[in-house]
Ligand binder design. Structure first.
Ligand code: GLU
Length: 358
């Protein structure tokens, strides 16, 4: 069975004034439902809450006679807008007899294996019960510094976590263009291709993300074996056309790398931002870890331990110059690790199965 994660950007879901575009959302729901009836499992990652809330309350919302700061605005608008957004999805899916479920999450919820598995179980149980999960970041309570860059990042994490075959990122342009002034969309990106040079850093409209972040996320997910497509969600029938591989459908497709990555490695690879501490290794250890064969990091190769972490936490692995080159799950607490630095005949500090080179 095919499993798709579809990320829908604010600019697809809202009109120029930020109000929800019911016609468009209705068409998206119809297409998603058509795919589901063909046997696909669909998880939606939907933006649009902040823009919708802003359109309802206006930009002049106040507290104690002063304008709201950006964090207060995000909290207020998302709280108000999310209700409208999910209400609309709920009504539209209900017309098809389909039940949806809302998942509001935060970056922190991907940081420990326990929470990660808990979220995965939650979505699996929804899918098993024929419920469509609709995910957004919990903007009301997430802390600015710890937020996802944007919902593109969130959708990449979800696709990886849920072992999706396909991640479809719907935005308001046709894909990645081969140059700022050219009208040509790059149709396919193969593993190892670097097209970052042709992408402008501009971001469009209401959403947080830009094409550069979409590209980075798409390339990474494709490396993990997920087919990623960036396409224009405003084009009529785009989801169905892509699903059915209709020839000449305009989009940028990232061809997945052969041979999947184990799910635990996927989690670790996405976790470098959550590292609770770091260890610095010597040159020999670095060489061994980066070599052809799969090896674990042994305490003998470690020269110092920084930070406080527990057994099972994610740690960064630094080379002698202090450069981060790998992440992994520590089999020791920082305290235990400090005791075994440089020693032979100890169990690995990071087992190969829980190690990811950057
Ligand atoms: N979570 C935000 C919202 O619902 C969108 C973030 C983004 O633009 O990616 O409005």
């Amino acid at each position: 069975m095919k499993r798709l994660v579809i990320k829908i950007g604010t600019n697809v879901l809202t009109r120029a004034d930020g109000t929800l575009d019911t016609t468009r959302i209705s068409s998206i729901v119809d297409q998603v439902e058509a795919l589901r009836r063909e046997g696909a499992q669909v998880i939606l990652v939907s933006s649009g809450a902040v823009a919708c809330g802003r359109s309802l309350l206006g930009r002049d919302a106040q507290a104690g006679g002063r304008k709201l700061d950006p964090v207060e605005q995000r909290q207020l608008y998302s709280a108000v807008g999310q209700v409208q957004l999910i209400g609309l999805y709920s009504r539209l899916f209900k017309d098809w007899g389909t039940t949806i479920g809302q998942v509001l999450t935060m970056k922190e919820s991907f940081s420990t294996r326990r929470e990660y598995l808990n979220q995965r179980a939650c979505m699996e149980v929804m899918l098993a019960n024929n419920v469509v999960p609709i995910i957004n970041e919990n903007d009301t309570v997430s802390v600015t510094e710890l937020m996802f860059t944007d919902n593109d990042e969130l959708s990449g994490l979800v696709a990886s976590m849920m072992d999706a075959d396909t991640l479809l990122i719907l935005t308001n342009v046709d894909g990645i263009y081969d140059g700022p002034a050219s009208g040509n969309v790059i149709p396919k990106v193969f593993p190892g291709d670097d097209i970052s040079g042709s992408i402008g850093s501009q971001k469009s409209g209401f959403g947080r993300g830009g094409m550069l972040s979409k590209y980075a996320i798409a390339a990474r997910a494709a490396e993990e074996g997920i087919r990623v497509i960036i396409a224009n969600g405003k084009r009529e029938g785009i989801i169905k056309d892509l699903y059915h591989n209709v020839p000449d459908t305009v989009c940028t497709e990232f061809v997945p790398a052969e041979g999947g990555v184990s799910s635990v490695k996927k989690w670790i690879a996405h976790s470098s931002g959550f590292a609770k501490g770091t260890v610095t290794v010597n040159a020999n250890a670095r060489k061994a870890l980066c070599g052809e064969s799969a090896v674990s990091l042994l305490p003998v190769g470690v020269v110092s331990v920084q930070g406080d972490f527990e057994e099972g936490d994610i740690i960064g692995i630094l080379d002698p110059a202090g450069e981060l080159f790998a992440v992994g799950r520590s089999s020791y607490s920082s305290e235990q690790a400090r005791e075994v630095i440089g020693q032979h005949d100890c169990r690995p500090l990071v087992h190969y199965d829980y190690l990811s080179l950057l």
